[in-house]
Ligand binder design. Structure first.
Ligand SMILES: Cc1cc2nc3c(=O)[nH]c(=O)nc-3n(C[C@H](O)[C@H](O)[C@H](O)COP(=O)(O)O)c2cc1C
Length: 230
């Protein structure tokens, strides 16, 4: 499965079997996490066979069952932390999908107190990604009309359309899809239009858009990493 197929196949999965993640897959995930942490100066941490954070009523209320593994998305507090976490977290989600695993982004339905992540005083746990072998593969989410999620003049370039289609496959908190992509020549600006965790969503949809559109076809008017270095 390549990464575009992974985007198509991925849906949120909230019920997991007891099957453990094989050591070689854990290793592959750890390597991807290390790469993300280095590239973006984050402290993303993987926990396997650690059911505590999803053992509470809160998790069951959120319809989670059998979650034994999760990725904690931690980084230094900054204006761009949430967007960065979205971007790199989704890279890990698609990596997991390619390894044959299922996932679900989780901001609310888990116990922050029982989460095992190390979080320094200047750091924040933004959210987690539940991970493992699902009892099902989930199902496609509803979409807003493409026209409401982007702005362009004249004819829509094929690469921009492909980017939009990829962005529309992305997970967003409560499936809110509160994002908009603006096209100006070969420049694209991505914006969050409000709502809970919409900056995390923005990072996620940015990652999908790049994969769908092809990075060689455009440049960001508001790039993600440059802003972090300011
Ligand atoms: C930032 C973020 C936070 C989320 N938090 C939760 C959560 O707390 N509980 C939950 O059940 N689903 C949560 N989700 C999953 C979304 O509900 C799901 O991604 C959305 O409905 C779209 O469905 P899909 O992922 O199957 O495409 C979250 C998703 C994102 C992106």
């Amino acid at each position: 499965m390549d990464i575009l197929q992974a985007m198509q196949a991925r849906h949120s999965v909230r019920k997991y079997t007891a099957q453990k993640i094989e050591p070689e897959k854990v290793q592959a995930l750890q390597e991807e996490i290390a790469a993300c942490n280095q590239e973006a100066d984050l402290r993303i941490q993987l926990f396997t066979e650690a059911p505590e954070a999803f053992g509470s009523l809160l998790a069951h209320y959120g319809l989670f069952h059998g979650v034994q593994n999760y990725i904690a998305l931690v980084g230094k507090e900054s204006a761009s932390l949430e967007e960065k976490v979205g971007y790199y977290g989704e890279r890990l989600v698609l990596k997991a999908q390619m390894l044959g695993l299922n996932t679900c982004w989780v901001a609310a339905s888990f116990s922050r107190r029982k989460c095992k992540a190390e979080i320094a005083a200047d750091e924040k746990l933004v959210c987690v990604i539940a991970l493992g072998y699902g009892t099902n593969q989930g199902r496609p989410h509803r979409n807003k009309p493409l026209e409401s999620l982007c702005r362009y003049e004249g004819e829509i370039p094929t690469w921009f359309l492909r980017g939009m289609e990829a962005a529309m496959l992305a997970p967003t908190a409560i499936n809110q899809q509160k994002f908009r992509f603006h096209l100006h020549g070969d420049q694209v600006r991505a914006e969050a239009t409000g709502g809970p965790y919409s900056l995390v969503d923005l990072g996620i949809v940015r990652y999908h858009f790049e994969l769908g559109a092809g990075q060689e076809n455009f440049s960001w008017e508001n790039p993600l990493l440059r802003r972090h270095k300011q």
